[in-house]
Design a protein around this ligand. Structure first.
Ligand code: IPE
Ligand code: IPE
Ligand code: MG
Length: 265
């Protein structure tokens, strides 16, 4: 599916490997608590999981990876935790961008950056610029992002640029203004940490995304945990409103399976 194509307007082609994976990285605090460590120790370990999953996605031919790092509601947390997360983000940008660039990863941030420290925003913009031409994997980090914020900012921006649409607009008019318009709709959504909710993550684009929930806490999520999600994905029948009998026979789908190295399902 091309970047602006809509799963509700046009049926996407079948693919064995998801083109776009979106992840709610949850469970850092509980991971730390289980070890009698401060919550922030979980966030630090969570960064390592990010590194491993970015690498694994690149190796598996996934083209887009979107990670929920900080929600518009996470400002409700204790100030010390918020400031630790901001420092961790800045440190990661300083330390990792060169490596991402060498690995041909395009880096993007979506969210309302106005509330961030200007120094952090400069680091983000610089990282986006350096990596803009890379083509292997697009890594999008959602920071101070909320699905409702995204829809509202998209409508506002669209109406500013195209006031004639005030009398009525369609799906495809709005799509280019959404923060994630540089990516196709996610094929697979993963939430770690056991909670089964969307928590105001991408709302519009999840319309036909396959959902995968796992109890694994984010710091423990690694390449084999990713493969379990991929195996589950490959067993889904993406009907987009059609009946099973209407689906085109896809030989490629049957012949290719990610090796399930786990015992659990
Ligand atoms: C997710 O882990 C990371 C962020 C939201 C920044 P949590 O910090 O939510 O971990 P739990 O849910 O408390 O275990
Ligand atoms: C969702 O996790 C946001 C991120 C992972 C950044 P939370 O842990 O904040 O979600 P809720 O509040 O429990 O739903
Ligand atoms: Mg949480």
């Amino acid at each position: 599916m091309a970047e602006h194509e809509s799963s509700t307007l046009k049926i996407p082609g079948a693919r064995r490997v998801p083109r776009h994976i979106a992840i709610i990285m949850d469970g850092n605090g509980r991971w730390a608590k289980q070890r009698l460590l401060p919550r922030v120790a979980g966030h630090r370990r969570g960064m390592e999981a990010v590194r491993a999953v970015v690498r694994a996605c690149g190796e598996r031919g996934i083209e887009y990876l979107t990670l929920f790092a900080f929600s518009s509601e996470n400002w409700r947390r204790p100030v010390e935790e918020i400031s630790f997360l901001m420092q961790l983000f800045a440190l990661a940008l300083e330390q990792e961008v060169e490596k991402l660039h060498q690995n041909n990863v395009r880096f993007k941030v979506i969210g309302e950056l106005g509330r961030f420290d200007p120094k952090l925003v400069r680091l983000i913009r610089a990282a986006e610029e350096v990596t803009a031409g890379n083509t292997r994997l697009t890594l999008t980090v959602a920071a101070n992002y909320g699905g409702r914020w995204d829809l509202v900012q998209a409508v506002n921006r669209m109406l500013r640029e195209r006031p004639e649409l005030a009398s009525g607009f369609g799906e495809s008019d709005l799509a280019p203004y959404l923060a994630l318009s540089h990516a196709p709709e996610p094929d697979l959504f993963i939430r770690t940490g056991g909670e089964q909710r969307i928590s105001n993550f991408v709302l519009w684009q999840l319309a036909y995304t396959e959902l995968f929930f796992t109890d694994t806490l984010w710091p423990d999520f690694d390449a084999s945990a990713l493969d379990r999600a991929l195996v589950s994905y490959q067993q889904r029948e993406r009907r987009y409103g059609r009946t099973s009998e209407q689906l085109p026979a896809d030989a490629a789908l049957a012949s290719y399976r990610i090796k399930d190295t786990s015992n659990a399902g």
